[in-house]
Design a protein around this ligand. Structure first.
Ligand code: GDD
Ligand code: MG
Length: 346
């Protein structure tokens, strides 16, 4: 059986004012009205032969996450609580150690970020199944997506023969990203991975033994209550902060890439949600109690009041009970700056 490992550590500050410190984006029903991104991520794995999931998240979100798992019928899980996130390499290493302890070091881990949207479940299932044989040969399997733009926030993979990874470049410069896109030879790294626990831990120890040692040390001192696995704050804070992409996927010789051809979206900011959603005749996405007259290309979402928009275009308007965002859609990345100011200026 495959063990779903869900990375649910981020807050998603670019989706303010809907996302908040205590209500992270993966816990919100952003795309689907019924289920949060986290719940959808777990539900997506159920067509595969899976064991109880492991969720790695911030300790502040433990009750919300436990409750969300329970409400979709997950009876047993391991919820690993990070006092403070150290990025994805340590988070996945914690899950790998937990897998070795609760299953075996041969067990296959399917690492899934909790903030992706995938609608084509058949394509997802078929792609994962295709990767299983490679992972059983101790490969670290990534899933490659056709790139659409010179995005600098993603990893780029050049594939060789027989699923080999010829090159893995995490977050390249814009010039490089553009060249990769133009060459037609690169895929985006989807951020999902399939590997045996021991294959990942072996490569982590080979390339970043400092991270491996620090995580192992912290994990050995864990405490457990119910489904929660608590990691010691003092020990975990000594772990270097790094992503799996830089720490392992770039340097390893054991990477393989399986192309993923279904739909896939990393919902990072409001413009990504706009791009993903179904639009009306004026290219607007209107959610909740919203009226638009002569508006176009807008994303408008209301939580608690009627929101009316007249004659505007390319705006994002997000209304909540205590904060309203009005933004040029092309500025979606800059919401972070407001969140930062709210923290410092009150
Ligand atoms: N538990 C935990 N702890 N989860 C974390 C932490 C952490 O410290 N840091 C990040 N995560 C979670 C995020 O919530 C997200 O679901 C996932 O891990 C990936 O982290 P991101 O910070 O969103 O990574 P990225 O988008 O910059 O880059 C990754 O994903 C891209 C595709 O979306 C890389 O794998 C890229 O290569 C890839 O293209
Ligand atoms: Mg991301």
């Amino acid at each position: 059986k495959i063990i779903p490992v869900i990375l649910a550590g981020g807050v998603g500050s670019r989706l303010w004012p809907l996302s908040r410190e205590f209500f992270a984006k993966q816990c919100l029903p952003l795309v689907d009205k019924e289920y949060s991104l986290l719940q959808q991520t777990i539900l997506r794995t159920l067509s595969l032969e899976v064991a109880d999931p492991i969720v790695v998240c911030n300790e502040d979100h433990r009750f919300l996450i436990a409750q969300q798992l329970q409400s979709i019928g997950v009876k047993k899980s391991s919820i690993i609580l990070e006092p403070k996130g150290r990025n994805t390499a340590p988070a996945i290493a914690l899950a790998a150690l937990e897998t070795v302890r609760s299953q075996s070091d041969d067990a296959l881990m399917l690492v899934l970020p909790a903030d992706h949207v995938i609608r084509d479940l058949a394509a997802f299932e078929a792609t994962i199944k295709q990767a299983v044989e490679l992972a059983k040969d101790d490969a670290l399997v990534t899933f490659g997506v056709q790139p659409m733009r010179p995005e600098t926030g993603y990893g780029y993979i050049r594939s060789g023969e027989n699923f080999a990874v010829a090159e893995f470049v995490e977050k390249p410069s814009l010039e490089k990203a553009q060249a990769y896109l133009d060459s037609g030879e690169y895929l985006w790294n989807s951020g999902m991975f399939l590997f045996r626990a021991k294959a990942f831990l072996g490569e982590l120890a080979a390339h970043r033994d400092d991270i491996y040692q620090a995580v192992n040390h912290a994990y050995q001192q864990r405490s457990e209550d119910l489904d929660f696995v608590r990691i010691d704050a003092e020990l975990f804070s000594q772990c270097p902060e790094e992503s799996i992409d830089f720490a392992v996927m770039e340097p390893t010789k054991k990477a393989k890439v399986v192309p993923y051809v279904g739909d896939w979206s990393d919902i990072g900011a409001w413009d990504a949600l706009y791009d993903y959603a179904d639009k009306d005749a004026d290219n607007n996405v209107l959610l909740g109690d919203v009226m638009a007259e002569g508006a176009s290309n807008c994303f408008i979402r209301s939580e608690s009041r009627l929101v009316a928009a007249v004659g505007v275009s390319d705006l994002v308007i997000v209304e909540t009970a205590d904060a309203v965002l009005v933004m040029d859609k092309n500025n979606s990345q800059n919401v972070k700056k407001i969140v930062k100011r709210i923290k410092t200026e009150g």
